[in-house]
Design a protein around this ligand. Structure first.
Ligand code: PMP
Length: 431
């Protein structure tokens, strides 16, 4: 088929009329489909049910050092959980602290602590005139909402397939002492599914910040979340703590991880890895906040998995459910949109999202069209700080939650909406 860019006014009008009729028919179906959030599907949740059987009233509730997990104490996590989460995060057990059920909550806590009390003795951000954060875009909306909540000014940094624009990152970080951090999803990024190259990771590790309390917020949410079992089809990135240590910069990174998309979102375990100096500073704060996190859940996870190898087998079962969904959508996009010059999309090898870039100025209209036909998408703009996509182009697609049949239906409505909105743009230009 001819691309829309090459069609005459009359051809565009005919195509638009035909597709509008189809859209009208679909609307009559009063569908209710959700492709908005990166939630595991029902089938994925079912995979971890047996974890609920590893503890019952007859269980031995002590950790490996003999501490009773039913009671208060062990602020930083039981040793076997630190080992398991350390293995998942490619760091040693002593390089991390286990928190509660959410890594996002740890990130919020880090920013909050920096704001009220300061990091490692630095001036609390609330006493500074200006605090700025670098935000690779498109990125994770909930990161941006944390920094917005604290009134931190956010600066867009363009992403590419190898990671954020490092020339820009280096410039800001080394020249501007008000730049206190950068949000990173280094592996299977949200929403593009990109993984940082070795050069990008090394350049991060070698940053020379103007601010003593600058930190890289390294959210490794998708560390073992591959879509393919063959190692040659899995992304591998350098381990950041190690690289920072080698570069003489051990303190500039906080690395976050959780089992939200391994077991149960909201009922998993989360952890932060960092240098000894950072961990000590975090623990000081944490000891005021809590007498200890949920050690029974730590025990449940450790006894269920036993090792990283078993966790990886479990992840391959998730992949068997997720992979066909990603591939079905990608095939559909190619079939319906390929060659039309109406946008481009990513083809990730892991993570939870596909990123779609529509023609400039079309994203909001596409999301609105989808909503009209009963398909809920992440709001256009959400992948940018302040919800403002300067090109109104990026749309985050989350294939995980709907069942396959519904996903295909939602995908068809999406591609139809993309075509209609793009045609409107081309017809406007042809006038
Ligand atoms: N970070 C990223 C990049 C995510 O995509 C998500 C979930 N969508 C989270 C963090 C949330 O993690 P948690 O459940 O551990 O808070």
């Amino acid at each position: 088929m001819k691309s829309y860019a090459q069609m005459s006014r009359e051809e565009l009008r005919r195509e638009y009329e035909e597709l509008s009729l189809r859209f009208k028919e679909i609307k009559k179906g009063k569908l209710k489909l959700d492709m908005s959030r990166g939630k595991p599907s029902y089938d994925q949740l079912e995979l971890s049910n047996e974890m609920m059987d590893v503890l019952d009233s007859a269980s031995y509730f002590n950790d490996e050092t003999g501490t009773d997990c039913r009671n208060y104490g062990i602020l930083a996590g039981i040793p076997e959980a630190k080992r398991l989460m350390g293995a998942m995060s490619e760091v040693g057990p002593d390089d991390m602290i286990i928190y509660g059920n959410s890594s996002l909550n740890i990130m919020f806590d880090m920013i909050s602590r920096s704001y009220t009390h300061g990091i490692c003795g630095a001036t609390p951000w609330c006493r500074l005139d200006k605090v700025r954060f670098l935000c690779p875009v498109p990125g994770y909306d909930r990161h941006f909402r944390i920094t917005e909540y604290f009134g931190i000014e956010m600066i867009n940094i363009p992403m590419s397939e190898t990671g954020p624009d490092m020339d820009l990152v280096e410039k800001y970080v080394s020249e501007d002492p008000s730049v206190k951090g950068i949000w990173c999803v280094p592996k299977y990024s949200n929403p593009q599914g990109y993984s940082y190259s070795d050069e990008t990771v090394r350049r991060f590790a070698a940053l020379k910040p103007a601010a003593e309390d600058f930190r890289i917020y390294w959210d490794n949410a998708y560390s073992i979340h591959h879509l393919y079992d063959d190692p040659s089809e899995q992304d591998v990135i350098l381990e950041i703590l190690d690289e920072c240590k080698k570069a003489g910069n051990p303190d500039i990174v906080f690395k976050f991880i959780s089992t939200s998309k391994v077991t149960f979102p909201g009922s998993g375990i989360a952890a932060v890895a960092a240098s000894g100096r950072n961990l000590k500073d975090i623990e000081k704060h944490m000891s005021i906040q809590t007498i200890g996190h949920d050690k029974m859940n730590q025990l449940r996870h450790v006894r269920y998995f036993g090792s990283l190898a078993n966790m990886q087998i479990h992840m391959s079962r998730h992949a068997a459910i997720l992979r066909p969904k990603f591939e079905a959508l990608e095939d559909l996009f190619e079939r319906e949109l390929g060659g039309l010059e109406v946008g481009s999309w990513t083809k990730p090898r892991g993570g939870y999202f596909i990123s779609f870039d529509a023609l400039e100025g079309c994203a909001k209209a596409i999301v609105a069209r989808c909503a009209e036909a009963g398909v809920k998408l992440t709001p256009a703009g959400a992948t940018y700080p302040y919800g403002k996509d300067p090109h109104d182009s990026n749309i985050r697609i989350a294939p995980s939650f709907p069942a396959m049949k519904e996903l295909i239906k939602a995908g068809e409505i999406f591609t139809l909406s993309v075509k209609l909105v793009s045609l409107e743009k081309y017809m406007g230009q042809a006038e």
